[in-house]
Design a protein around this ligand. Structure first.
Ligand SMILES: Nc1ncnc2c1ncn2[C@@H]1O[C@H](COP(=O)(O)OP(=O)(O)OP(=O)(O)O)[C@@H](O)[C@H]1O
Ligand SMILES: [Mg+2]
Length: 265
């Protein structure tokens, strides 16, 4: 059995692989906890398999030594883990992995190498932080519930708002200005959706621009922001607008931890 641990900025993700298959996954809000790891591993012991290696990644991995609970630890660079996780999602040889966590990173993967090509400070932290100011508090459950009932066309200015006809390559529903129609009568629902859309849409645009300079048209999207219910629609619109392929990972929150295991299998 192999264990993958991703100690991120805001949470820790743990996965167990038995053979080459994902067997169990858990998310711990906050930091790494060795006692919880012991419980996690014990719960799989019934299958009678021993831990070969623990692959640790994420910003918090620097604090971990070379053994955990007596098992050997292998440190995996987070960007290498993200790159390796993409093999789980598609077999395209040239892609950019977009990791949307607290902030965002872009990793270019080619048949020769995986390279961190940059990042953006836009991410989940931005959405939640601005939400506190605009709506006055509440966590992700509240934010997600509000956004379900939001209307983007109350908040964002589109081509349709400024032109009576489509412009070259710019259909009527393309956003010209996020929050361009916002005013002090906006509802919490519209503000919540506007924030999610602003951050995800701009991450997608940055990825597309990075890819267009490199001849890359396939993007694998991972990280917890990918679980937002509006993510599929936002990226599908970018696929249609730019003629590219954003693929959203099925287990986005756990991909970095999965990638760390893939590196040691
Ligand atoms: N239920 C939720 N829905 C959407 N986002 C959430 C939810 N719960 C927490 N988040 C947000 O997810 C973000 C973290 O995502 P993720 O776990 O992928 O990143 P991380 O690994 O902690 O950070 P990083 O990869 O940037 O080091 C944070 O901004 C956090 O507020
Ligand atoms: Mg992360």
């Amino acid at each position: 059995m192999y264990i993958g641990i991703d100690i991120g900025i805001s949470s820790t993700k743990v996965v167990a692989f038995v053979g080459k298959k994902l067997n169990k996954k858990e998310i711990w809000e906050g930091g790494f906890d060795e006692k919880r790891l012991n419980e996690f591993i014990s719960s799989i012991r019934s299958l009678d398999c021993r831990v070969e290696k623990i692959a640790v990644t994420g910003v918090g991995s620097k604090r971990i030594g070379n053994k955990l609970l007596g098992y050997p630890v292998v440190k995996i660079d987070e960007f290498d883990a993200n790159a390796a996780s993409a093999s789980y999602v598609c077999d395209e040889p040239e892609i950019i992995v977009v990791s949307m966590g607290s902030g965002t990173s872009f990793v270019e993967v080619t048949s020769k190498e995986a390279k961190h090509i940059g990042g953006s400070a836009l991410g989940g932290g931005t959405i939640l932080g601005l939400f506190q100011h605009l709506v006055g508090g509440g966590g992700w459950t509240h934010l997600r519930a509000l956004a379900e009932r939001g209307q983007l066309n109350n908040i964002d200015l589109t081509i349709g708002d400024i032109s009576s006809e489509e412009l070259p390559d710019l259909p009527m529903d393309v956003t010209v200005c996020n929050f361009g129609k916002a005013n002090n009568h906006d509802t919490p629902q519209d503000l919540a959706l506007g924030l999610i859309n602003m951050v995800l849409q701009n991450i997608g645009v940055m990825a597309y621009l990075a890819g267009s300079g490199r001849g890359i048209k396939t993007f694998v999207v991972i990280g917890r922001m990918t679980t937002l219910p509006h993510a599929p629609e936002i990226f599908e619109r970018l696929n249609n607008l730019y003629g590219v392929n954003f693929i959203l990972a099925q287990q986005p929150t756990f991909m970095t931890a999965i990638g760390a295991v893939v590196k040691v299998l």
